[in-house]
Design a protein around this ligand. Structure first.
Ligand code: FES
Length: 318
């Protein structure tokens, strides 16, 4: 993917733990266009990359002068968000051209946009495009608390009564995802971006409400899943018999690529399905949002960018 060096034009707090970053070309020339739902990959000092969804408030993504996104400071200080929060105006970063794994459907049907926390960033661009095109949409934005609500005032001004903001600690609990989806107009597309529990709940509710898979679109907004108590496990490659140890805090992909093994992957969050790999022996510990409950239970495949193992060793068809 071609990369560019861009300069930080602006970096400021947008909400608790969330920093807004705006990047421009060093010569101020226009940047490559993008479509709502697109992201760029930012290269970290250690050479790793992190995806950030581009925010377009005003429908200017066809000829952008800057790229804007939001970065939530994660607990895991090695995860890259600390580097991103340390950026200041004048710094430079390496950024890929935009790619879009979460595009709007083109069929003109109504849209229900569901955002959780910092997952609002691609949804903002979608809402702006739908509004500009005069299409029917509803925008539901959930946050844990009022101080954690990024871009809230601007969104309220732009989307009026099409926007519903849900603040968990003001109403005593999380958004009723099922009720929200059940109330969507017939034939609507559902777009969800947020943390794993929101996506799981939305997919289940949408399936129950009769949404076909072609009308359920989601993007996970979390860094690679880690859980307290994760332990090391082994991965055996069926093709060569090589065995690798995957320690806590590292993914199968990271360990295998470091050993020079070529793998196909994209999102590295567990939501695109590109890295899906057959499991020949052992029991996966699924951390993705791609597989259905039945596929998880069968344990024949796994997403090796995020999922781990319940057994001491996995034999993979690699
Ligand atoms: S790379 Fe997207 S699910 Fe693994």
């Amino acid at each position: 993917m071609p990369a560019m060096t861009l300069r930080v034009q602006d970096a400021q707090s947008e909400a608790d733990l969330i920093r807004g970053i705006e990047l421009v070309a060093e010569d101020a020339s226009p940047l490559p266009p993008f479509t709502p739902g697109a992201h760029v990959e930012v290269t970290l000092p250690d050479g790793d990359t992190r995806p950030y969804s581009l925010v377009d408030f005003d429908g200017s993504c066809a000829a952008p002068r800057s790229y804007r996104f939001g970065v939530r400071l994660e607990d895991d200080s090695a995860g890259g968000s600390r580097f991103m929060h340390g950026l200041a105006a004048g710094d430079t970063v390496t950024v890929s051209e935009p790619v879009n794994d979460f595009p709007l459907a083109e069929d003109g049907a109504p849209s229900l946009l569901l955002a959780g926390g910092i997952g609002v960033t691609p949804i903002i661009s979608m809402a702006a495009a739908l509004r500009a095109a005069g299409r029917d949409y509803r925008f539901v934005y959930a946050a844990r608390s009022r101080p954690a609500l990024a871009f809230g005032e601007r969104l309220a001004a732009e989307h009026g009564d099409r926007l519903t903001v849900h603040i968990d600690d003001e109403v005593g609990g999380p958004l009723d995802v099922g009720g929200t989806i059940a109330a969507a107009p017939a034939g609507a597309h559902l777009y969800v971006c947020g943390p794993r529990p929101m996506i799981d709940a939305a997919r289940e509710a949408a399936e129950q409400a009769g949404f076909g898979p072609e009308r359920i679109h989601f993007e996970l907004f979390e860094s690679a899943a880690q859980a307290e108590g994760d332990t090391a496990f082994e991965v055996e490659l069926a093709s060569s018999g090589q065995v690798f140890t995957i320690p806590p805090g590292r993914t199968i992909i990271e360990v295998l690529e470091e050993a020079g093994i070529d793998l196909i992957h994209d999102c590295q969050r567990g939501d695109c399905g590109i890295c899906q790999t057959d499991v020949l022996e052992g029991e996966p510990d699924h951390r993705d949002v791609v597989l259905s409950d039945a596929e998880r239970a069968a344990g024949n495949v796994m997403q090796i960018c995020v999922s781990r193992a319940k057994s001491a060793r996995l034999k993979l068809d690699l």
